[in-house]
Structure formats: structure tokens, C-alpha cells
Ligand binder design. Structure first.
Ligand code: GDP
Length: 189
């Protein structure tokens, strides 16, 4: 199945009626600059649905998109933020932790977006372990595969797979439009 419609519904900062209804939620989480917004735009085939981090505004809330009128994508703020104040960073971290670990909301999948060229950073591993501890249905998307040098490509993918253990890894490039169909089909299944 393909994504045929995607609509920005609203930004939430905490408990929200919209998250209480019966529509399934797929959460996207990742280190700031891993390319999470670009990935959501590529996946939904819309240029500016998720606002990339060069535009601050919407990155400080949980952005909710309705996909194919039947599924919510919940785009969480990026973690590991480098360009923002410690106070804002703490506020965002609290929001992420609340939504994922304390709100009681269930997710069909939690999609951990990483920069495949860099591999998993300490921030990513920390998030992965927390998601595992809460028994979330985790999938990992290695974005920016187009940036990996050919000579180290296989080694890099092997290393990522080793770090994430048995979780499913999707190889992706938002820029080069690699892996879109496979990921969309999996999330919609
Ligand atoms: P976010 O902070 O995780 O939402 O990241 P953005 O979507 O804003 O992307 C961060 C930067 O990475 C931007 O400069 C993007 O153009 C770039 N980027 C995102 N996806 C890819 C990709 O698949 N390949 C390459 N080469 N660059 C990408």
C-alpha cells in the first residue's frame, strides 16, 4: 500500500484529544539533523509537510499528521539538539519522554531515525535502550545512505545492524528517494 494522502492536523505539547481516539499512531523519533523531517516529507511525497530543522517553529511540538485517513504519524522533536538553549532542550526532552514513556499512548511502531552515514551515536543508543526497556515496537531507519562511501558501505550497514540487534533496519535516503515504497508499505500494513 502507498501513502496517498497526508495532512498536517495539529501540533500537540501534551495530552491531546486527538491522541485519545482510536486511530493508530506511528511515532518518529531521532537525533536532530538525522533527517527525520526530510524522511517524513519523502515518505508522504510532500515537499514541506514536516518542516525541516532549518525552520525552528514547528520543531518544538509533537506534529501530528493524518496518513491515508487512517493512521497518525506523530513527529516528535529531535533530541541531541545543538543549536538551542539548555532550557528549551530540557523542555523538549521532557515532552519526548512523556509521550513515549508516561502518557500511556500506544504506538503501532516507534520509528527511530538515524543518520546511517554517522551510525548510532550515544544519544541514539540511549533512546534505543529506553524504547527496548518499555517494549516498544521499534524499527530503525538508516537515513542518508547516499552519503556512505561505497568502499565502507557494507561494513557500515553491518555495524548498524549489530548495534540494533534483532530490530528491523530500513535503508533510506530522503534525498535520493531510496527505500520509500518499502517503508511506507511496512508502516501501513
Ligand atoms: P531533522 O532535524 O532530523 O528533521 O533533519 P532535516 O530533515 O532537517 O535534515 C537535516 C539535514 O540533512 C538537511 O540539510 C537535509 O537536507 C539533510 N538530509 C536529510 N535527509 C538526507 C538524505 O537522505 N541524504 C542526504 N545526503 N542529506 C539528507
Amino acid at each position: 500500500m502507498n501513502i496517498t494522502s497526508a495532512k498536517f492536523i495539529k501540533g500537540a505539547v501534551g495530552t491531546d484529544n486527538i491522541l485519545e481516539n482510536t486511530i493508530a499512531q506511528v511515532a518518529f523519533i531521532g537525533r536532530s539533523n538525522a533527517g527525520k523531517s526530510s524522511l517524513i516529507n519523502a515518505l508522504t511525497n510532500q515537499k514541506d509537510l514536516a518542516i525541516t530543522s532549518s525552520y525552528p517553529g514547528r520543531t518544538q511540538q509533537m506534529n501530528i499528521f493524518l496518513i491515508n485517513k487512517s493512521l497518525y504519524f506523530v513527529d516528535l522533536p529531535g533530541y541531541g539538539f545543538v543549536r538551542i538553549s539548555p532550557a528549551v532542550r530540557e523542555k523538549l526532552q521532557k515532552m519526548i519522554d512523556w509521550y513515549l514513556f508516561r502518557s500511556g499512548y500506544q504506538q503501532k511502531y516507534v520509528v527511530l531515525v538515524i543518520d546511517a552515514n554517522i551510525g548510532l551515536t550515544d544519544f541514539d543508543l540511549d533512546m534505543l535502550y529506553k524504547l527496548e526497556a518499555e517494549e516498544k515496537n521499534i524499527i530503525v531507519v538508516g537515513n542518508k545512505v547516499d552519503k556512505i562511501k561505497k568502499s565502507v558501505y557494507e561494513k557500515q550497514i553491518e555495524k548498524i545492524q549489530e548495534q540494533i540487534g534483532s530490530h528491523k533496519l530500513f535503508l533510506f535516503s530522503s534525498t535520493k528517494k531510496i527505500g520509500i515504497g518499502e517503508l511506507a508499505a511496512f508502516l501501513l500494513k
